[in-house]
Design a protein around this ligand. Structure first.
Ligand SMILES: [Cu+2]
Length: 289
């Protein structure tokens, strides 16, 4: 009797092994886009009210292969505003704009076809992990987070899935949430929205970064990230996003005497604000003509 049981056990293991060997290797259908550059002039308007209300934001997590510098295609993970038909996922993600006292409802969808789990951790949300634990979702899922914005200020939000915030931020998942005072911020003539990334890159190589990423596409180099030695910096998702006229090189303009407000989120994950390093002269960029 014992021999029969062992025989069936071995047969079962063999059948299961054959079954899994016959399964096709996990392979995602990577979505290619030209770039994930963020237009620094697209974000919600300033607040001009003093009564709190409920603000609903529909976000999705989107994974692409996109150019992040001339001739450099990278696997990027992004946040996208589902209610904005102009943009797909960008780096930084869409700016969220609310007033202190508002109830904020975030509906987050992890797009079907993605590989990674994602979530959202908003530093404007008081509570464990800024909502990360309750919004972590697999591809194809949607979850809702509701919180009250209790503190004024400009805060980062980012993905912190798998307890690996630095990894998800490195791939591009961060943005800014602005909690304005009652009545809104002082009026200005122009506003712009910038997000700084530091990139730690290597080509996916024959192993495809474990996810069949095409071998010449750039992915996160964890060793470089650990050593805090960035391959490059970018503002708004592409090394030339704010300088190349074919991207947004001509959008940062103001007239002489204009009051200008800059929203700046440093996603990192490692480095601090590095504007001079990027050789983008903000002072020159904002001079009137
Ligand atoms: Cu993520």
């Amino acid at each position: 009797m014992r021999t029969v049981k062992i025989y069936f056990l071995i047969l079962s293991i063999a059948l299961v092994t054959v079954y899994f060997l016959q399964l096709p290797a996990a392979h995602a259908d990577f979505v290619y886009v030209d770039n994930v550059a963020k237009d620094p002039t697209i974000f919600p308007p300033s607040i001009h009210r003093s009564r709190p209300q409920t603000v609903t934001v529909n976000l999705s997590a989107e994974e692409y292969i996109a150019e992040i510098a001339d001739g450099k295609d990278a696997w990027v993970w992004t946040f996208s505003d589902e209610d904005n038909p102009v943009e797909h996922g960008t780096i930084p993600g869409p700016m969220i704009r609310v007033m202190v006292g508002d109830t904020v409802v975030i509906n987050l969808t992890n797009n079907m076809g993605n590989i990674e789990p994602h979530n959202i951790d908003l530093h404007a949300a008081m509570g464990p992990g800024g909502g990360a634990a309750v919004t972590e979702i697999a591809p194809g899922e949607t979850k809702t987070l509701r919180f009250k914005a209790l503190r004024e200020g400009a805060y980062i939000y980012h993905c912190a899935a798998e307890g690996m915030a630095w990894e998800h931020v490195s791939y591009g998942m961060y943005g800014l949430i602005m909690v304005e005072p009652k009545g809104g911020l002082k009026r200005v003539d122009k506003e712009f929205y910038f997000g700084q990334s530091d990139w730690y890159l290597k080509q996916a190589g024959a192993e495809g970064a474990g996810h069949a990423v095409p071998e010449d596409v750039y992915v996160l180099d964890e060793a470089k990230a650990s050593d805090e030695l960035p391959t490059m910096y970018s503002f708004n998702g592409h090394k030339a996003a704010l300088t190349d006229p074919s991207l947004f090189g001509n959008t940062i303009r103001a007239d002489q005497g204009d009051k200008v407000r800059v929203f700046m989120v440093t996603g990192g994950p490692q480095q601090r604000f590095q504007l001079p390093y990027h050789r983008y002269n903000l002072g020159q960029g904002l001079q009137g003509t």
